[in-house]
Design a binder for this molecule. Structure first.
Ligand SMILES: [Cu+2]
Length: 109
């Protein structure tokens, strides 16, 4: 995945360690971004597993945590990004360009 300047700044300013890190290994789940929606909108993985987001729209999208402490960076059409979640919890997220686009990552132990 590509780290951009905005992500690096977010990382440096975050109080806690970002809950999502670059993926290692194959993703355990995939979220398709299609017609301005995350599909599926709710994904459950185990701690240490990764999720891959793929944008199928012409419009750019992101998956950005509600606390803005993690995101995929901008995904153009056919771009993908994978992030690993190590800590159990629920991580609601949105698209930075279209905040009505909502999703939820649930990480179980
Ligand atoms: Cu979007």
């Amino acid at each position: 995945m590509r780290l951009n300047r905005r992500q690096l700044c977010l990382g440096a300013g975050a109080v806690a360690v970002a809950p999502a890190l670059p993926a290692t290994g194959a993703p355990a789940a995939r979220v398709d971004i299609h017609a301005f929606a995350f599909e599926p909108a709710h994904v459950t993985i185990r701690a240490g597993e990764s999720i891959e987001w793929i944008n199928h729209d012409f419009a750019p999208h992101t998956a950005t945590g509600d606390e803005v402490n993690w995101d995929t960076g901008e995904l153009e059409k056919n771009d993908s990004a994978s992030l690993r979640f190590d800590t159990p919890g629920t991580y609601p997220y949105f698209c930075a360009y279209h905040p009505h686009m909502r999703g939820m990552v649930e990480v179980i132990s």
